[in-house]
Design a protein around this ligand. Structure first.
Ligand code: ACO
Length: 328
């Protein structure tokens, strides 16, 4: 059995916030944000929208394109760093109910921005082992609700959104499919990107916990250097594992975190920037949703066509990193 992406979809909230809008609430400017990150806009969820709501829209989109119904699903793998609830119920269970996917098992996957990459490889393993035939892999985030809107170092970087892929079994002889993946982690960097308070390590204590400590914390510099180093290593590992050359890869779809990180990686490996697909300008960093949003974008624009070879690559909190090679 081979596992291939039969349908892809996404959803971003209607509310669009520009860099100029942000300059009204923190000491920043369009010039600083764009020149340091490549971001111009981000989409922000409504007050009553949670990660499962965005995931629902993206999932319906992916299922419709695949010509499948929710009851065909046997497993939902949902990657998020911003679940509807802390710990339980899982956001995948909330989605399973909303979607009416009565025959599907459901579990969440915590690998931050690398979540969709981890999800695709997990789906491939289930399918190639002959356990399931139809798996929905979702990346969904409402980062705006864990963002410190007073911290200009982080609040300009993130956006909300969701992307989903219906991963299906095909005969081994099929040309389409997930060719190979590489999943990796470096837990020694756990403190570089975290939500310091609210878990069992440091629970919320009334009167002592400050609201800011429950929000996203990031050491931007350390993440930057980590990212540049692991993106290059991951691309090299994927090419080695697959026996493919860089020239045979049609597109590299990186986690959309910062254009400057991609430029540094491209320079280090002498890869032309045109090979990387970027849409960070419109959506900012949507963590686990950024790669499926980019794939949907490319597919709808007719950039990505059946037969193309796509390499995804990403990094995120944990720290985690990895990538996939997919024959579209
Ligand atoms: N507007 C204006 N000035 C700012 C802003 C802002 N929004 N943010 C920071 N600055 C200032 C800083 O205060 C600092 O000023 P100082 O020198 O007076 O102290 C100056 O700009 C330079 O700050 P640096 O941190 O050195 O800026 P740098 O060029 O490194 O860019 C950035 C910062 C964009 C965060 C970069 O380090 C980066 O991209 N890091 C990786 C972030 C990332 O990829 N995160 C993904 C996380 S994974 C996940 O999604 C959970």
């Amino acid at each position: 059995m081979k596992a291939y992406i039969q349908g892809i979809g996404c959803y971003v909230p209607e509310k669009r916030v520009s860099n100029d809008d942000l300059a009204k609430i923190v000491d920043t400017s369009d010039e600083w944000i764009y020149s340091h990150t490549g971001i111009k806009n981000r989409h922000i969820a409504a007050e009553d929208e949670a990660s499962s709501d965005l995931a629902l829209r993206a999932s319906r989109d992916a299922l419709e394109r695949a010509g499948k119904s929710p009851t065909d699903l046997e497993l939902i793998l949902l990657a998020t760093a911003t679940p509807d609830h802390l710990g339980f119920p899982s956001t995948s269970c909330v989605l399973q109910d909303k979607l009416g996917a009565a025959n599907a098992a459901a579990m969440d996957l915590a690998a931050a921005c690398t979540g969709f990459i981890y999800g695709l490889e997990t789906a491939r393993a289930f399918i190639e082992a002959g356990i399931y035939r139809n798996i929905l892999v979702v990346g969904t985030e409402v980062l705006s609700k864990i963002t410190n809107w007073k911290d200009r170092n982080t609040c300009v970087l993130f956006g909300d959104g969701a992307g989903a892929a219906l991963v299906t079994a095909a005969d081994t002889g099929s040309s389409r499919g997930i060719v190979t993946s590489h999943l990796a982690a470096d837990g020694s960097g756990a403190g570089v990107l975290s939500r310091p308070v609210g878990g069992t390590r440091t629970p919320f204590v009334e009167g002592r916990t400050t609201p800011e400590s429950t929000l996203l914390y990031m050491d931007g510099r350390k993440v930057y250097y980590f990212a540049v180093s692991v993106l290059g290593k991951t691309i090299e590992t994927l090419l080695e594992k697959s026996g493919l050359s860089l020239e045979e890869i049609d597109f590299i779809v990186p986690h959309q975190a910062n254009v400057r990180i991609i430029e540094a990686c491209a320079k280090r490996l002498s890869i032309p920037m045109e090979k990387f697909y970027m849409n960070i300008e419109e959506f900012a960093n949507t963590s686990a949703a950024s790669i499926p949003i980019a794939l949907t974008d490319m597919s709808l624009k007719g950039i990505l066509k059946p037969g193309h070879l796509v390499l995804t690559v990403g990094f995120g909190g944990g720290l985690t990193y990895g990538g996939n090679i997919i024959r579209w």
